[in-house]
Design a protein around this ligand. Structure first.
Ligand SMILES: Cc1ncc(COP(=O)(O)O)c(C=O)c1O
Length: 426
């Protein structure tokens, strides 16, 4: 049996529409190679994970050196140097007074723990999140996810979860237009607290850019308005930076674009360039509200993943990848905007840094979501050697999220392939 046949027989893949028909053998930097030797430019990064590039030398070297010394002894039963060093680094690079990290293995686990911490600190039990958000596949994280495509057939969900209309300007819930809307969607937080909760809200949780929801990018002053309301009501702000973290948006963390400081910040994906690791980082007084017995993880803070993460963050800093990502993103967006005048299927181009979404529609007025065309574009790209993602609430948003080390040449080539694909469906 070959790999695809084994997958069909032994790997439970019934929950995905399809696995892309490519068996990946190796990857380096931005290039991925399949078992037939065909090369692809990767513009999806394993769902926005390998920010520093596939098999980044510095990261791999650090992980290998750690593997020769210690792989696991449980970082919450005994002290582990790489875990301590990474926590110190995270305290330095995260905004504001965030200093204490709890380590887990994946994004959902980080959000789940952060929700628990918010409850512990505030003594309250309710949560507010955004429509169109995605926070993970565990029970609590699906409960606060505002994306029915991800929740279907899984309910009933946790009580005490309320949803605020998303800052989705292209399809505004209030049918208003920014900036004349006066940030109605942010101000609605007051209404949600008043009408949908019983006044016992522990935290508001949001992604700085809603990734799975379709790279929905809030207006620049959105979170300042949200922060005002939260501060007035002493509700914590939990930033889900699982997808926006580690320079993806052109800043170390996505929330830095908005000039607000979260009380808890959750990270995963890009933290260790592909090694499984997650964390939530909180202000000391918030973090210390966990009491003995309240939380733990067997694998969390694994020394190999932590050593990889530390090397990864050092690499991002040394290479000044935040700034470079901003510049590359601006270049790509400008080129895509120029294509938009030619291909009417390109409804909106949005995002920050190298977290770019192209919302596909069947007409600029109807904005009828073009999902099948999206799948076709993704297929053509694959055939021509370009990996891209497809997501969004309606499944009609192309996701361009390459490793941040992508070169000018590779960006040009990616645009060329994308244009060819647009020309075939438009
Ligand atoms: C914003 C956000 N939060 C949480 C998660 C869940 O992360 P994981 O799949 O590592 O559990 C994701 C995954 O896509 C995400 O994008």
């Amino acid at each position: 049996m070959n790999t695809i046949e084994k997958y069909k027989k032994y790997v439970n893949i019934s929950m995905v529409e399809k696995v892309q028909p490519v068996v990946i053998e190796k990857a380096h930097g931005v290039l991925v190679t399949d078992t037939n030797g065909k090369e692809y430019i990767d513009c999806f990064s394993g769902i926005a994970v390998v920010n520093a590039g596939h098999c980044n030398e510095k990261v791999i070297e650090a992980a290998k050196a750690q593997m020769d010394k210690l792989v696991h002894c449980c970082s919450y039963v005994y002290y582990s140097k790489p875990t301590a060093d990474l926590a110190e680094k995270l305290a330095q690079v995260t905004p504001g007074k965030l200093t204490k990290s709890f380590f887990g293995n994946g994004g959902a686990e980080a959000i789940e723990g952060a929700l628990r911490l918010a409850k512990q600190f505030t003594g309250r039990t309710e949560f507010i999140s955004l429509q169109a958000s995605f926070h993970g596949r565990s029970y609590a994280t699906l409960s606060i996810t505002g994306f029915s495509g991800r929740k279907k057939r899984g309910g009933p969900y946790m009580t005490g979860c309320s949803f605020l209309p998303a800052p989705y300007c292209y399809r505004c819930f209030f049918e208003l237009e920014y900036p004349r809307c006066n940030l109605r969607c942010a101000k609605a937080l007051e209404d949600i607290i008043l009408y949908n909760t019983y006044g016992n809200v522990a935290c508001f949780i949001a992604e700085p850019i809603l990734g799975e929801g379709g790279i929905i990018t809030p207006p620049d002053d959105y979170f300042l308005e949200i922060e005002k309301i939260l501060k007035r009501r002493e509700i914590l702000f939990l930033a889900d930076e699982v997808q926006t973290g580690f320079c993806r948006t052109g800043r170390m963390f996505g929330i830095e674009h908005y000039g607000v400081e979260p009380d808890i910040l959750a990270v995963a994906k890009g933290i260790a360039d592909g090694f499984p690791l997650s964390a939530f980082i909180a202000r000391e007084e918030v973090a210390d509200s966990f009491k003995p017995g309240d939380h733990l993880s067997t694998f969390g803070g694994n020394p190999v993943s932590c050593a990889a993460a530390l090397a990864n963050i050092e690499f991002l800093e040394e290479q000044n990848l935040a700034q470079k990502t901003l510049e590359k993103g601006n270049f790509l967006k400008a080129r895509l905007e120029s294509l938009k005048t030619k291909y009417k299927i390109m409804g909106e181009i949005r995002g920050k840094g190298l977290m770019i979404g192209i919302e596909l529609v069947r007409g600029p007025i109807s904005k009828d979501p073009a999902q099948t065309e999206g799948k076709k574009i993704q297929e053509i790209c694959l055939e021509k050697g370009l990996l891209i993602g497809l997501g969004g609430i309606y499944g009609n948003v192309l996701r361009i999220q390459p490793p941040l080390v992508i070169s000018q040449e590779q960006m040009e080539e990616a645009i060329k392939i994308l244009e060819l694909a647009f020309s075939k469906v438009d």
